[in-house]
Design a protein around this ligand. Structure first.
Ligand code: ADP
Length: 433
């Protein structure tokens, strides 16, 4: 039965099917709109942390300032729906972004820096707390669809903390961010969270640009002696152990707190502070990272080795296209593969990580063993299913079709996006007939 209230009480299967089709079509159109909005941005960088309060927004904001100082065109996007702190950190609490032609313009902070925060859109800090998951997803998606950035060299994204549904949706909606910076503090517990963030990035195939250990030691403003309040060096050890780059550490510094409280950037306001020197070393490495990736790409275009960056530039060729099929019931993934009467078949650009098209196809009349061949004839290479009989599973394997079984019922575009981001996994077979 459909969740749609308008459909309740209506027994026509056509009706719920058309609602399902409409939902999928809308999801696709939204996905394309986000792609259009982000298409003139060269580098998208996610700033993540395992939990709040470790300085993630401070690092994101000051990285944006540093890059703007270097002459780059930068956007700073705050999607931390539960604690958007960028308006406070930049003294923009009263800012009201302008809307033009159903789009929102980011706040022009300086010549090279534009700022947008989901906090500008919330009527109160409590709004997001009472929203349920789908509503938060909708707000974040609408926000990404509406903000008109124009041409940017960098979009720095201040993500919600943790590795739950919200950062996951954002990482997927951003469509292949170029990399992630993970911010942590030196306590053992925070360092454990870094491991989760690294695994999160690996699952989504987002390269980890590096780990930043913030609030690492305290330099006494009186005598200049460094005191390690927490055990320092945990971030570096963890980065080494998990084989990701370590970008550096930033000490606890009164200059940072004072600048933040005044709504200013500490690297601009406290040029001579220890925190600024430490931060600049970190930000330089971020710039170097991109130069290196661009170097790799030019090597590719001149006939050298192929890289991830190059692959994303070269994503529109036929060989990158593939088809993914999902059995549907009421617009969502059906738990019964063999008995579903409709399939969504997506055409995707695998290298570019995006959906190109989708068609709804009625299943052939039920006949044991028919579906694998029928889908093979439609050039399907991947099947995403809730439950499936052993025989069908074996037949798909014979046809070299990859099958994900035990995938929870969700909307098909979300599942396809999760697959493209490398995050889809098989679970328990939900129904084996
Ligand atoms: P998060 O985004 O992880 O929740 P914030 O960036 O909002 O954390 O930082 C939380 C508080 O800690 C802010 O008041 C900020 O000024 C302060 N802070 C962050 N880093 C430092 C630092 N290195 N030294 C002193 N204060 C800091």
């Amino acid at each position: 039965m459909s969740d749609n209230k308008e459909c309740q009480g209506c027994s026509s299967s056509d009706c719920s099917e058309s609602a399902a089709n409409k939902h999928i079509k809308n999801e696709l159109e939204d996905h394309e709109e986000i792609t259009r909005r982000l298409s003139n941005i060269e580098h998208k960088v996610l700033v993540l942390s395992g939990k709040g309060g470790v300085g993630k927004s401070t690092v994101a904001a000051n990285l944006a300032f540093y890059l703007a100082q270097q002459g780059k065109k930068v956007g700073l996007l705050d999607v931390d729906i539960h604690g958007p702190s960028i308006p406070k950190l930049l003294g923009l609490e009263d800012a009201k972004p302008q809307g033009i032609d159903k789009t929102i313009l980011p706040i022009p902070y300086s010549n090279n820096l534009k700022v947008m925060s989901i906090g500008f859109m919330l009527r109160s800090q409590d709004d997001a707390v009472i929203w349920r998951g789908p509503m938060k997803y909708g707000v974040i998606k609408q926000f990404l669809m509406d903000v008109q950035w124009g041409d940017l060299d960098y979009l720095i994204v201040d993500s919600p903390p943790g590795t739950g549904d919200e950062p996951l949706s954002i990482a997927q909606m951003l469509q292949k961010p170029e990399g992630a910076i993970i911010v942590t503090t030196p306590q053992d517990l925070s360092v454990l969270d870094v491991r989760k963030c690294i695994n999160f990035c690996r699952k989504l195939h987002i390269p980890v640009m590096g780990v930043v250990e913030n609030m690492s030691g305290f330099v006494c403003p009186g005598c200049g002696e460094r005191i390690d309040i927490f055990k320092a060096g945990g971030g570096a050890r963890m980065a080494n152990e998990l084989d990701v780059p370590y970008l550096g550490s930033i000490p606890i510094d009164q200059a940072v707190t004072m600048a933040s409280d005044a709504g200013k950037s500490f690297i601009v306001e406290a040029k001579d502070s220890g925190a600024t020197a430490a931060f600049q070393n970190i930000a330089k490495k971020v710039l170097e990272y991109h130069k290196q990736r661009l170097g790799d790409a030019s090597e590719y275009f001149s006939g050298g080795a192929r890289t991830d960056t190059a692959a994303s530039h070269d994503s529109s060729t036929e060989e990158n296209r593939m088809r993914i099929a999902l059995p549907l019931a009421g617009g969502k993934l059906s738990p019964h593969f063999g008995h579903c009467n409709q399939f969504a078949i997506f055409d995707v650009d695998k290298a570019g990580g995006k959906t190109i098209g989708m068609e709804m196809v009625d299943a052939p009349p039920h006949e044991p063993g028919l579906l694998p061949k029928w889908l093979k004839d439609k050039d399907v290479e991947v099947v995403i299913a809730g439950g499936m009989g052993q025989r069908a599973k074996g037949l798909f394997e014979e046809q070299n079709i990859e099958v994900f079984i035990g995938v929870p019922s969700d909307d098909p575009q979300t599942l396809v996006s999760t697959y493209l981001a490398g995050g889809l996994e098989s679970g328990d077979n939900l129904c084996d007939h």
